[in-house]
Design a protein around this ligand. Sequence first.
Ligand code: NCD
Length: 358
Amino acid sequence: MKHLIDPTDLTKKETDQIIALAGDMIANKEKYRESQRYGKLATLFYEPSTRTRLSFTSAMMELGGKVLGFSDAKNSSVAKGETVQDTVRVVGAFADVIAMRHNLEGAPLAAAQVSPVPIINAGDGSHSHPTQTLTDLLTIFRELGHIDGITIGFCGDLKFGRTVHSLIKALSRYEDINVVLIAPEELRLPDYIKQDVCDCKSLTFREVSTIEEAIGDLDVLYMTRVQKERFLDEDEFDRVKDSFVLDKEKMKLAKPKMAVLHPLPRVNEILPEVDSDHRAAYFRQVENGKFVRMALITKLLEWRDNPAHAMPVHKGVFEDASLLCHNRKCISCHEPLPHLFKKGADGVVRCCYCDAKV
Ligand code: NCD
């Protein structure tokens, strides 16, 4: 059975199939209207969300299916102390596919270990957000006509921004990708992301300290919000919150075809004066998110019993009951789970749930 926990759970070919199907769904809406008529999607959202949850809901409705679930774990058995794995075993009896968002990193992976139905990671802590990645890939493709060969600048909170982590991983499988990182010192991209893609020859990194230095070279500018809720220290948040702001002046330096993406919500990092610029693609990106989720749900249900679409075996994974992950935001520190770790090509051992070094 295929789950989507990390973008690399999908092969490049499967990713492209989902993007192509989303494109066909945009062009031929009628054709898919009743295609999941008896299907049920459960949305288990343990962390606030507007766009992602409603976009899953709307996607399943467009396909003629039904949606159940919760958007506030306080109103579910979780409040009584139920583990993620138990909740998923129960909900798996009521739904055909489950989309889960969790504040703890690795919760969707824990869920996938026992779930009788496909699990979709709708965002786990500051770790990963693979359905936003599919949305971003579809948006880049629709705005520019290609993904290979792009120069993409990531700006803002590259440390806690899970959408950035997942998109970089996914882009490492395309040809000739140039990544420009634009972030304050405190919010730089975690090393493990660079490590993950380090043996990928077709992706290069460059770090700069202002938007102005890079914007003229970019095909895509990916803006992000500084993730207040992930900071342990409020003063540090105040220091960096307004580090990078995109305005009309800076847009004058950009190529005529550059696309500005943002997973939204924005706070202050893109001024509303940019919204009317034809290169501002972030509201089109929201709509693409619905179609890509329609395509993903369709494909996961189609692939469910096909061994050709089983989960990939990730390299270097091992179980060791004597090792512990010390990341307080990791599900493995809160619930009894197999102690799973992976050893990278650099010899570093990391937790399989949250990618923290052990
Ligand atoms: C992002 C997320 O939740 O990680 N938003 C989204 O999924 N649309 C980005 C954010 O919250 O800043």
